[in-house]
Ligand binder design. Structure first.
Ligand code: UD1
Ligand code: CA
Length: 456
């Protein structure tokens, strides 16, 4: 049977107290709803997303994904939301109905739910918990079959004591959905069309409702406020760091590493506390990441050391490089093997070839630095004239003395020495000494000024 995915995302999310629609709040750096649409797309399915509030914001956020958008103009309940998809439903497709504010569901669990629905055409995903408050409760009959779902607000004291809850996630055959959805009413405590009422209706129509009961509530945990959002974030991060450790990384403390994207690691990487990984990050074998590093969309090859407090963004780093502490590696930095970038060095759009060093307090931007160059402390590539950016080229073996300004566009030849404190505005040939600073003058027997003790 074909499969489809329907995602409910029309609710306002009032309790988030935010101008951002609830399902766009991020978990692991990605909007909650994007976790679900991505899951659908990974299964080769075009998700049907039911939107209401700020539909344009949703469309903008998921702009690159192929989605069937269905509008629910007024939010009259979860059942009413799914009713809006009726014109899109196909009889012989098994639809998974997901809630947009519960982003941690796994594909494997959905597959199991789908298998449960294969006989009668409808299954609900349930969880047993000792904290069922707020959720719909699963009511079973004397033979333990699921007979209906009762919402918290409609439940009797006896029903509220039930610990098996409705995750909000269902698998239902299209044909059955088409038969059941029009029968929903809003005769309940909230005056809403409850999707959960289709359970009792299915039973009446001769379709017993299967339940797939899972033990781990974290997978279906919903998000109604910022407290729950933080809980979801921690659950998600625990998953991510567990995977990283299973992939072979050693984490000083898995609770203090955040992954907002995808990290791939080779063997024997070590990651210290408070590392934040954003976007796509790849680490080779034996990479060492010191404490408090932020690494975004970067690739770091084997045996490289990134010391404490470095920020890397869109960088590509070779093998056995040595970076930091306190280095800022900005977009389009390419560091070759055995390079060294020391403290308080900023690089941007810079290629630095093998064996070159920028050890202290420098800015290297819009630069090509060939191999075995030594850039002294406080060197600045003056790349910007106020309007345009210009290139600095430093050829191999050059030695740039401390506190030099290289005013781009400029080329420093092979094996050139730039004297400390120089401001270089002209290209140099190979093997030259370039010195561009005022000569030192000396006044002999200089009397330093004395303080006049007579005057106050
Ligand atoms: C719902 C279930 C409850 C279940 C819980 C699991 C119903 C009636 N209740 O309750 O049994 O335990 O989820 O988290 O289904 N939405 C719309 N349009 C609407 C109303 C809601 O699209 O008119 C969307 C919301 O954006 C949200 C989802 O449906 O993504 C669930 O709505 P919510 O109001 O959070 O339902 P709960 O009260 O949590
Ligand atoms: Ca909810």
């Amino acid at each position: 049977m074909k499969h489809g995915i329907i995602i409910l995302a029309a609710g306002k999310g009032t309790r988030m107290k935010s101008s951002l629609p609830k399902v766009l709040h991020p978990v692991g750096g990605k909007p909650m709803i994007a976790h679900l649409t991505t899951l659908a797309l990974e299964q080769g399915q075009t998700p049907i997303v039911i939107y209401g509030h700020q539909g344009q914001a949703l469309k903008d956020a998921l702009g690159e994904q192929t989605i069937t958008w269905v509008e629910q103009k007024a939010q009259l309940g979860t059942g009413h939301a799914v009713q809006q998809t009726l014109p899109h439903l196909d009889d012989d497709t098994l639809y998974y109905i997901l809630v947009g504010d519960a982003p941690l569901i796994r594909a494997e669990t959905l597959k199991q739910l789908g298998r449960c629905a294969s006989d009668s055409g409808i299954a609900v995903l349930t969880v047993t918990t000792d904290q069922p408050f707020g959720y719909g409760r699963i009511i079973r009959d004397s033979s333990d079959a699921v007979s209906r779902i009762v919402e918290e607000k409609d439940a009797s004291a006896q029903e509220k004591a039930i610990g098996e809850i409705n995750s909000g996630i269902f698998a239902v055959r299209g044909e059955l959905l088409k038969a059941l959805l029009p029968k929903l009413t809003n005769d309940n405590a909230q005056g809403e069309y409850y999707l959960t009422d289709m359970v009792a209706l299915a039973n009446q129509a001769g379709h017993p409702v299967a339940a797939h009961c899972i033990a781990d509530i974290s997978e279906v945990m919903g998000c109604n406020n910022k407290v729950q959002l933080a809980e979801l974030e921690r659950i998600y991060q625990r998953r991510q760091t567990q995977q990283l450790m299973l992939d072979g990384a050693t984490l000083a403390d898995p609770a203090r590493v955040d992954i907002r994207g995808q990290v791939e690691v080779g063997s024997d990487c070590f990651i210290d506390v408070n590392a934040v990984f954003i976007g796509e990050v790849t680490l080779g074998d034996n990479v060492y990441i010191g404490p408090n590093c932020i690494i975004e969309n970067s690739c770091i090859d084997s045996h490289t050391i990134v010391k404490a407090n470095c920020v890397l963004e869109e960088a590509s780093i070779g093998q056995s490089a040595n970076i930091g502490p306190f280095a800022r590696i900005r977009p389009k930095t390419r560091l070759a093997d055995n390079t060294k970038i020391g403290n308080f060095v900023e690089t941007k759009n810079a290629q630095i070839a093998e064996g070159s060093k920028v050890n202290h307090l420098s800015y290297v931007g819009d630069a090509i630095v060939e191999g075995n160059v030594n850039i002294g402390a406080g060197t600045i590539t003056c790349n910007y004239d106020g309007v345009n950016k210009h290139l600095t080229t430093i050829k191999s073996g050059a030695f740039i003395g401390s506190n030099s300004a290289l005013v781009a566009p400029v080329t420093i030849g092979n094996n050139v020495t730039v004297a400390a404190g120089s401001t270089i505005t002209n290209d140099t040939g190979d093997n030259e000494l370039a010195i561009a600073r005022a000569r030192q003058s000396v006044i002999k027997d200089w009397q330093a000024p004395q303080k006049n003790k007579d005057k106050p």
